[in-house]
Design a protein. Structure first.
Length: 259
């Protein structure tokens, strides 16, 4: 992801801010981590993919970005989630920005879904978003400010098929965003959602981005081009920065005009 950075905005309000990103080792999350680091933010990110995470830390250091901090964390383990958030707070004192990005968009047949699979899906795609917010909330309240960005998806708006549990979780995230935006506003904390469309990540290309699927995407998008992780990351930067200080309770779509 080698943007020509001269073409895009810089956000002085992000310099030195502490940003925590879940699922930051690859895909959209990797782009989000990279873009925040290039803005001069101090970035911590959680993932379970150690090799790409450590490569990302090294590459950002080689660019001269502030040192980023990777923590191995299985977000389905709520005790581990809490411990890792506490490590970030112990190291840096606060969390100014939380990006709830981690997810698994695995496909499934409706008739094959068991109660155990349902619970597993929600434990990855929905439950951590709430408990990450709960974990950073005391620090944000002490600071009297914060920006929380929850990653949803257009999948529940199209709607997508073949991934009913993922779609259900992504719809629920918008509801969570809206209620917490009102609940946390008195503390100076903003909560918004970002809804990506068909983003061309390495995972998508490896698993599902067939010529037939690409043709379907281009038939539905108004913009006839690939939508890339950096297209999402640049919106996340704006919602984290003071430039968006009057914006909360909103859901922003990045899909090339599909919806």
């Amino acid at each position: 992801m080698q943007d020509d950075k001269s073409h895009f905005a810089s956000y002085p309000s992000l310099q030195g801010h502490v940003v925590l990103v879940t699922g930051g080792a690859t895909g959209i999350g990797e782009s989000i981590v990279t873009h925040f680091a290039r803005q001069g933010a101090r970035v911590a990110f959680f993932d379970i993919q150690d090799e790409p995470a450590l490569r990302l830390v090294e590459s950002l250091a080689a660019e001269g970005c502030p040192a980023s901090h990777y923590l191995h964390c299985d977000l389905t383990d709520l005790a581990a989630l809490t411990r890792n958030v506490e490590q970030v707070l112990a190291a840096w004192g606060t969390v100014d920005v939380l990006v709830n990005n981690a997810a698994n968009d695995g496909r499934h047949n409706l008739s094959e879904v068991t109660p155990e699979y349902w619970d597993q899906s929600m434990a990855v795609n929905l439950r951590p978003q709430f408990f990450m917010i709960q974990a950073v909330l005391p620090a944000m309240r002490r600071a009297g400010r914060g920006s929380i960005i929850n990653m949803s998806s257009i999948s529940w708006m199209i709607p997508s098929t073949g991934a009913a549990l993922y779609v259900t979780a992504k719809a629920a995230i918008v509801g969570l965003t809206r209620t917490l935006a009102h609940e946390l506003a008195p503390d100076g904390i903003r909560v918004n959602a970002v809804l990506p469309g068909a983003i061309v990540t390495e995972r998508q290309k490896r698993l599902w981005y067939t010529p037939e699927y690409k043709a379907e995407i281009m038939a539905n998008q108004a913009l006839k081009r690939d939508i890339l992780p950096e297209d999402v990351a640049r919106l996340v930067l704006f919602l984290a920065a003071d430039d968006s200080s009057a914006i909360t309770n909103q859901s922003y779509i990045v899909d090339g005009g599909w919806v």
